[in-house]
Design a protein around this ligand. Structure first.
Ligand code: NDP
Length: 244
């Protein structure tokens, strides 16, 4: 890294986290605020943690995405770090999976991520700096019975990130994928203890991860130490995917 790059990289960045109202996205937004960045978080509810600009935005709606970026730009300036985290699942076995189950998951997880990345790319190219980070899942590369739609959407993010890495690399923009395993969120809190123990047996570290385990990797990728990492899939899964 050159001295000029080093200096620029220690600046407070403008960060946008999609799906930042709860769970992993909320934890990422909170951690990025603690790291000194100016952070906005979008979700359909528009809720956001303290110190974060909350914006109502459904990533399946192109107009709302455009408006959300305009709102961030007006408040903080152009987005420099994009964390495409918003995601849903509609799990069921393939024989029972409806077109609606398929379409809804692809629309939110894959098309939504494409849409925010496209919106972020122009100012990032102009400013010759950008970090695009997609939140995928261990399931994207391992596969999972009952999650054909979800796994397809999450592995699609890998091809998208690697194509963006090639397309935007010469402009100082990196694109990476973070693939969490089982992370403690409201959803996993509802699982019964026996099921949690069964899942934990398959994880080399023997436990579920914390939201902050994922957030720490995001802080690294967004910061100066992550400047030479692009096109990567970084697992945060206690070894479940064995590095994929
Ligand atoms: P949550 O369901 O707790 O949070 C999802 C977030 O996305 C919420 O803020 C939700 O807000 C928002 N969201 C959902 N749909 C949309 C939409 N159409 N437009 C805008 N925002 C939306 O999920 P997690 O925190 O558990 O997961 C976050 C990400 O991490 C997801 O992409 C998930 O696939 C991935 N992941 C999670 C794992 C885990 O163990 N928890 C493991 C691996 C990956 P609102 O409902 O208000 O829109």
């Amino acid at each position: 890294m050159t001295a000029a790059e080093q200096e620029a990289s220690t600046e407070s960045r403008v960060v946008l986290v999609t799906g930042g109202s709860r769970g992993i996205g909320r934890g990422i937004a909170e951690r990025m605020v603690r790291a000194g960045h100016r952070v906005a978080a979008t979700s359909r509810s528009g809720e956001a943690p303290a110190g974060v600009l909350g914006i109502e935005c459904d990533v399946t709606d192109a107009g709302q995405v455009e408006a959300a970026f305009a709102q961030v730009e007006a408040a903080y300036g152009p987005v420099e770090v994009l964390v495409a985290n918003a995601g849903i699942n509609r799990d069921t076995l393939v024989m029972r999976m409806s077109d609606e189950d398929w379409d809804a998951v692809i629309a939110a997880n894959l098309t939504g991520a494409f849409r925010v990345a496209r919106q972020a790319a122009r100012p990032m190219i102009r400013n010759r700096f950008g970090r695009i980070i997609f939140i995928s899942s261990v399931v994207g590369l391992l596969g999972s019975a009952g999650q054909v739609n979800y796994a397809a959407s999450k592995s699609g993010l890998v091809g998208m990130a690697r194509s963006l890495a090639r397309e935007l690399g010469s402009r100082g923009v990196t694109a990476n994928v973070v693939a969490p395993g089982f992370i403690k969120t409201a959803m996993t809190d509802e699982l019964d203890d026996k099921l949690v123990a069964k899942y934990a047996e398959q994880i080399p570290l023997g436990r579920f991860g914390e939201v902050d385990d994922v957030a720490g990797v995001i802080e690294f990728l967004a910061g100066p130490s992550g400047s030479y990492v692009t096109g990567a899939v970084i697992p945060v899964d206690g070894g479940l995917g064995m590095g994929h």
